[in-house]
Design a protein around this ligand. Structure first.
Ligand code: NI
Length: 226
């Protein structure tokens, strides 16, 4: 399941994040790439634990916590501390799959990467290229979102970022260990939750709402890993 979540950051938060990130010290993105990814990765990243990463990372986590759509789609157990990358001057990231288990450099926190997230911090008209291309059995999906919007996609999928040929593309990227390991199970719960929300809005107090809510929670109880 690939899902777009609009307005994770307000315009003010995007501006504040950009001011902090623009003044930070960026390093070669190869430092956090695994063996295969190193050979195809050409971008800049903020070192984990750097004050700018920590500050804007906390803003991202606070923004996620107030998003019901994020909660419903990701069913998060743990969120990896957000990281930041910058693509410019032809920078790109060739086809790769994200590392299954990640250990945070400074906190030592270890998570299984079930869901990958990219929060766009530059507007599409600020740069050319820089599309995130995610492959699944239905084909290749191209993602380039307004600043402040976020995409979630299964960390199991092959993906790449096309070369940025003008301007710069800045974003936050991170992973979520979900209570629901399998993408297909998570999608099913998301569809059910979306249907329940819709029923509650269109027919408030309808008795079927209670029944479906029961099914949702009983599936969650059956599948959730804590
Ligand atoms: Ni990746």
């Amino acid at each position: 399941m690939l899902i777009t979540i609009p307005d994770i950051f307000t315009a003010e938060e995007v501006a504040q994040a950009r001011t902090i990130l623009d003044a930070a010290n960026w390093v070669d993105g190869k430092v956090t790439a695994g063996y295969q990814a190193q050979t195809v990765k050409e971008n800049l990243q903020l070192p984990e634990g750097q004050p700018a990463s920590v500050k804007v990372g906390e803003m991202v986590l606070a923004a996620l916590a107030r998003s019901p759509l994020f909660m419903s789609a990701a069913l998060p157990l743990r969120v990896f501390p957000p990281m930041f990358n910058r693509y410019t001057g032809g920078g790109h990231f060739g086809t790769h799959v994200d590392t299954a288990i990640r250990t945070h450099a400074t906190t030592g926190q270890r998570i299984r990467t079930d869901v990958s997230a990219t929060l766009f911090l530059t507007a599409p008209d600020e740069y050319d290229g820089g599309e995130l291309l995610v492959e699944d059995t239905y084909g290749v999906h191209s993602v380039k979102l307004p600043a402040g919007h976020m995409v979630l996609y299964p960390a199991t999928s092959l993906h790449r970022v096309t070369p940025v040929t003008r301007g710069a593309r800045v974003s936050s990227f991170f992973w979520i260990q979900s209570m629901i390991r399998q993408d297909s199970d998570r999608s099913l719960l998301y569809d059910l939750d979306t249907g329940i929300q819709r029923l509650a809005k269109e027919s408030p107090g309808h008795p079927i709402g209670v029944q479906l809510t029961g099914v949702y929670h009983n599936l969650l109880r059956r599948w959730a890993e804590m």
